[in-house]
Design a protein around this ligand. Structure first.
Ligand SMILES: Cc1ncc(COP(=O)(O)O)c(C=O)c1O
Length: 398
C-alpha cells in the first residue's frame, strides 16, 4: 500500500452553492422518503476496524444497497433528475412532489430522453429514473468499463454508448447531446452547467442526515474524522457541506478526501492552488474515482472544507474491501477507498502522518461504503468469495 498526503493550507468558510431546487417543494430528504423502498441505510460500528486504525470508534455508513441499487449515487441522480425535469419540461407546480406525479406531468408524446456520462453508478441511477418516469435514456461510458456495470445499465432499459476515451471524454460527449427534448443529468459541472450538479450534491445530503439521526438515536459519538472518497468531488462536497455547516454544533470533524494516485485531480488542484487536470488513461480499479477533472462547482467547497488530501494505490482499496468483508460489509473498490486511505496511513505511515489524518487513540472515524460489489469479477478476485448485490435484494425503487 502506498499513499501520498497533502495537508491543505487553504481551508476557510464554505462558498454559497446554487440551490438546485425549485421553491415549491420541500427538498431532497422529503422526496427520497417518498420513494418506494426508501429506508435509511445501516450505520455499522466495527471494533476490529477501530483496532486496525488505532482509534476508539469506527462507524461505517453502508450504501451497498440504496433504493434497490448498489450505490449511494441514486440519491443524487434521483433528485437531480426530478429537479431538472421540473425546470425544463414541466411548467406547472407538482405538489406533493412524488415520482408518479412528476411522471404524469411530463408532456406527451414522450420523445424525451435523459443523458448521462458515467463510470457506472451515476448512469445506472439516471437510467433507473428514466425508466420510472417513462422516458428514454442514453448512458455514455468510457472504454474499458467493466462488463457487469455496462450490463446493469442496459438492464434498466437504457441505450449504452461506449466512448473511445476516458470518463472526462464521455462527459464532453454527453454535454454535446443536450437539446429541448434531451436533458443532460450530470454529476459533474462545467461553466454554465451548475444547477443539476448542485442538485446532485443536495441529494447526497440525505445519507449524511441519516448518520446524524442514527448516531443521536443510538448515543454514538460524533465523528472526529470523516473520510470521503472522491472522483469529481461532488460526494466530498456534500460531506463537507454537512459536517462544516455553519449552524452545526461542536467542532467540525477532520475531513480527509481520498483519491486514486493515478486520478488525484483534487489533490493536484489543491497543490496547484487552481483547478488542475490529471490526464488519463485512468486505470485504477476504483472505477468511480477515475476522474481527471474536478467538478467546477464542487471544487471551491472541497478546497475550503478539506483538511487532508490523500491519494492511494489500488492495493489500499483492495485491503479495505477485504477488511470490510470481514466486518460483514460488501464494499466495491470505490466504496472501500475512504477506509483504504486511512488504512494506508495507519498501517504504513509515521506518527506525524497518522496525527495529520486525525488517527489518534480517542478518535471516532466515519467512513462511507459508497458501493457494493459492482464488479463481481474483481470482488471475487480481491475478497476470495462472491457477494450478494443489490440486484439480489427484492425491495427497491421498482
Ligand atoms: C461508488 C462511488 N463512490 C464515490 C464516488 C465519488 O463521487 P464524486 O465523483 O462525486 O467525487 C463515485 C463516483 O462515481 C462512486 O461511484
Amino acid at each position: 500500500m502506498r499513499y501520498d498526503l497533502h495537508v491543505n493550507p487553504a481551508t476557510g468558510p464554505l462558498p454559497a452553492l446554487p440551490t438546485g431546487t425549485s421553491p415549491d417543494h420541500a427538498g431532497p430528504g422529503a422526496f427520497h422518503r417518498s420513494l418506494p423502498g426508501y429506508h435509511p441505510t445501516p450505520l455499522r460500528e466495527s471494533a476490529e476496524l477501530a483496532r486496525l486504525l488505532g482509534v476508539r470508534t469506527v462507524l461505517v455508513k453502508d450504501e451497498a444497497v440504496r433504493l434497490g441499487l448498489p450505490s449511494f449515487k441514486i440519491l443524487g441522480a434521483s433528485w437531480a433528475t426530478v429537479t431538472a425535469v421540473l425546470r425544463h419540461w414541466v411548467t406547472a407546480p407538482v405538489t406533493p412532489l412524488t415520482l408518479d406525479r412528476v411522471a404524469a406531468a411530463i408532456p406527451r408524446p414522450r420523445t424525451r430522453r435523459l443523458v448521462a456520462a458515467t463510470d457506472g453508478n451515476h448512469g445506472r441511477g439516471v437510467a433507473r429514473m428514466a425508466r420510472l418516469l417513462g422516458v428514454a435514456a442514453t448512458i455514455l461510458v468510457p472504454a474499458g468499463t467493466a462488463e457487469a456495470r455496462t450490463a446493469a445499465i442496459a438492464g434498466e432499459g437504457a441505450e449504452v454508448v461506449v466512448v473511445d476515451g476516458s470518463y472526462d471524454d464521455a462527459i464532453a460527449a454527453s454535454a454535446a447531446l443536450a437539446g429541448p427534448d434531451t436533458l443532460v443529468v450530470s454529476d459533474t459541472s462545467w461553466p454554465g452547467y451548475e444547477h443539476t450538479p448542485a442538485a446532485v450534491i443536495a441529494g447526497y445530503a440525505t445519507l449524511f442526515a441519516e448518520i446524524d439521526a442514527e448516531t443521536a438515536r443510538r448515543g454514538l459519538p460524533a465523528p472526529t474524522v470523516v473520510a470521503l472518497q472522491a472522483g469529481v468531488g461532488a460526494f466530498a462536497a456534500a460531506g463537507v457541506r454537512h459536517f462544516r455547516a455553519p449552524d452545526r454544533p461542536g467542532p467540525p470533524p477532520r475531513t480527509v478526501v481520498v483519491e486514486p494516485t493515478s486520478a488525484n485531480c483534487l489533490m493536484a488542484s489543491a497543490r496547484a492552488g487552481r483547478l488542475a487536470e490529471v490526464p488519463g488513461p485512468h486505470r485504477s480499479t476504483m472505477a468511480g474515482l477515475n476522474c481527471g477533472l474536478p467538478s467546477v462547482l464542487a471544487w471551491p467547497t472541497v478546497r475550503a472544507g478539506t483538511d487532508v488530501f490523500l491519494a492511494v494505490d489500488d492495493d489500499a482499496a483492495h485491503r479495505a474491501m477485504a477488511e470490510l468483508a470481514r466486518a460483514s460489509v460488501v464494499a466495491g473498490e470505490s466504496g472501500a477507498a475512504g477506509l483504504g486511505g486511512l488504512l494506508a496511513v495507519a498501517l504504513t505511515g509515521d506518527p506525524a502522518d497518522r496525527a495529520r489524518a486525525g488517527l489518534t487513540p480517542e478518535a471516532c472515524v466515519l467512513v462511507v461504503n459508497t458501493e457494493g460489489a459492482t464488479d463481481p469479477v474483481n470482488y471475487h478476485r480481491v475478497v476470495g468469495h462472491h457477494a450478494a448485490t443489490a440486484d439480489d435484494v427484492p425491495a427497491g425503487v421498482a
